[in-house]
Design a protein around this ligand. Structure first.
Ligand code: NAP
Length: 474
């Protein structure tokens, strides 16, 4: 049989992308933008909705960040793009299905779980991961039924000093009236309206110079109109190690340090809610009464410089116990193994070499399988970080295509995935289905004075998709 170059007009490249967050869209865009490369990209998501953490992670009061979706809509408008929502790898499709239907596969399924603190008391009622909290207020179907006893808590601890800790803290502290016009989940808004939380302890295991939060995010907390961001002069002070380290640290670290020092000058403030920054403390035990959190035991730390020149925390012989009624762990995400896909248990990612999947960490390249986003590099970076990172993986994919030829596709090839899913009884969501649902959610939101009303269970989403389909076909 005559063969053509893979990726030519005569034999387009068929790519399966598992996951539909920013890293997925940027990888597809990089392929679509390649001159003379003809690509058909099928993007799968286990949820009926696309956009990953932009829909399910970015906080509801950060609508400007969510506007990045406009760029993804443009990518989806390419005639080579298709969406298959409500399709889970390992349940509805196996890796072998993808390898037989596609020429290349990109894993873009992110990091779906949270890191553990591994300290006594972590399993007490009232200890939550920020992953759950963020998913819950964002109407993510996995977390819709979570409950957070905000009505019986006045002081809570947020462990971690990253931007997820910032989101968690801000949502706990902000006046819920400020969220009512957003796309926050309705039950989360009701729960936040009943919240009695007046104090959030923001716990960093290193010093103010090493905080992982972006300056904009910590400054935003200080701007909340009902909340004082309290930093004592002691907490804002730098040790010698940090003074030296700051000379070569990212500019954001210096901006954070200056900002925290300026907050220290403001004192306690008189607003109704307080966010208190505590640095150089590590939780060593969550204390409980009758199975519920009643406090947290912290060990103070000092910094030392490790062999790579990075300041690290080291516990000292000084402890304190503080009463808290809830604990939120915002100490980072972690990937979960996906059936048929190699997994690096140590790092919680898909083992890879510059985006080429490896059979084991440091092992052989698995041909035609690639990875992007947090599944590739771990849970770091902002949305925009994925632009260059996904492009690098797309470059590897293109390099692996050079001079590869393949037989022509059968005329019904473009129906193969849909037919396979239908034969397995999988009701997949197309991009047209999603567009109708998107419109519907926006209209429902508008009627309630909100930017969007998010449906937050797979059943509700699928029922709406089916009803809207009927309407379109009538
Ligand atoms: P992160 O930036 O890695 O922050 C994790 C924090 O947890 C760090 O302060 C870390 O301290 C601390 N930590 C880790 N293990 C700990 C332990 N056992 N005990 C106490 N503290 C511990 O992760 P993230 O906040 O989950 O955010 C993930 C990525 O998403 C980041 O790149 C973030 O910027 C991004 N993001 C951005 C936004 C936004 O732009 N608005 C919002 C959310 C997330 P050490 O530094 O000492 O390790």
């Amino acid at each position: 049989m005559a063969e053509s170059l893979l990726g030519s007009e005569a034999r387009p490249l068929r790519v399966a992308v598992v996951g539909s967050g920013p890293s997925a869209f940027y990888a597809v865009e990089a392929l679509f933008k390649t001159p003379d490369l003809h690509v058909r990209a099928d993007v799968f998501d286990r949820l009926p909705t696309p956009y990953g953490l932009v829909r399910g992670g970015v906080a509801p009061d950060h609508q400007k960040i969510k506007a990045v979706i406009r760029a993804y809509e443009k990518i989806a408008a390419n005639s080579g793009f298709r969406f298959f929502g409500n399709v889970k790898l390992g349940r509805d499709l196996q890796v072998e299905d993808l390898t037989s239907l596609y020429d290349q596969i990109i894993y873009a399924f992110g990091n779906e779980t949270d890191r553990k603190m591994s300290i006594p008391g972590e399993d007490l009622a009232g200890v939550h991961s920020a992953t759950e909290f963020v998913g819950w207020y964002n109407g993510h179907p996995d977390f819709r039924d979570r409950g957070f006893d905000l009505e019986n808590a006045h002081r809570v601890a947020v462990v971690g000093n990253g931007n997820v800790a910032m989101d968690t803290t801000r949502i706990l502290a902000v006046d819920p009236a400020r969220l009512s016009e957003t796309d926050i989940s309705e039950n989360a808004l009701e729960s936040l309206e009943r919240s009695r939380v007046t104090e959030v302890l923001l716990l960093g295991r290193r010093g103010p110079a090493q905080a992982a939060f972006s300056p904009k995010e910590i400054e935003e907390i200080a701007k909340l109109d009902n909340t004082d961001l309290v930093v004592t002069p002691d907490q804002a002070a730098l040790d010698e190690i940090s003074e030296t380290w700051l000379e070569s640290a990212p500019k954001s670290a210096t901006r954070n340090v200056k900002f925290l020092a300026s907050q220290a000058e403001l004192g306690e403030g008189a607003l109704e809610r307080k966010v208190r920054c505590m640095f150089l403390v590590s939780p060593v035990e969550i204390l409980g009464t009758d199975g519920r959190v009643s406090g947290i035991r912290l060990q103070k730390s000092e910094l030392y410089v490790d062999e790579w020149g990075t300041p690290r925390p080291r516990g000292i012989d000084s402890f304190l116990e503080l009463e808290v009624q809830l604990v939120f762990k915002a100490i980072g995400y972690r990937g979960v193994p996906v059936p048929g896909v190699p997994y690096d248990d140590k790092q919680g990612i898909v083992p890879n070499d510059g985006g080429r999947v490896l059979s084991t960490p440091g092992g052989e390249v698995v041909p035609d399988q690639y990875v992007v986003g947090w599944a590739k590099r771990g849970p770091t970076g902002l949305i925009g970080t994925n632009l260059a990172d996904s492009k690098a993986t797309a470059d590897a994919m293109k390099a692996d295509l050079v001079d590869r030829r393949a037989p022509a596709l059968p005329s019904d090839d473009s129906h193969a995935t849909g037919s396979l899913l239908e034969s397995r009884g999988v009701d997949f969501v197309s991009y047209a289905d999603w567009q109708a649902l998107d419109q519907w959610e926006i209209e429902q939101g508008k009627a309630r004075g909100k930017v969007r009303l998010k449906l937050n269970s797979v059943d509700e989403l699928m029922n709406a998709v089916r009803e809207l389909r009927t309407g379109r076909n009538a």
